[in-house]
Design a binder for this molecule. Sequence first.
Ligand SMILES: [Zn+2]
Length: 86
Amino acid sequence: MGIHISTARASMPLLRILLLAIVLWIAFRLIRRIIGPAKTERPKQVDYEDMVTCAHCGVHLPRSQAITESGKTFCNEQHARAHERQ
Ligand SMILES: [Zn+2]
């Protein structure tokens, strides 16, 4: 009779601890991201990345940061739109 009740009561704190552990783990990961600058996430390959020129202002920037519109590359959306209007 009393087994079911006692197991149910025993699993409650365990679940809470598990939930707390998950919440803490997520919080730590978030804090790490906010505090720690992403040094390891920036590979040195950025220096060797394909460089493109903005068709509007002529600035050089890596291809991954450029916006491609109708075969032309731009440094930002505003320049892409400005070029479209001309
Ligand atoms: Zn530009």
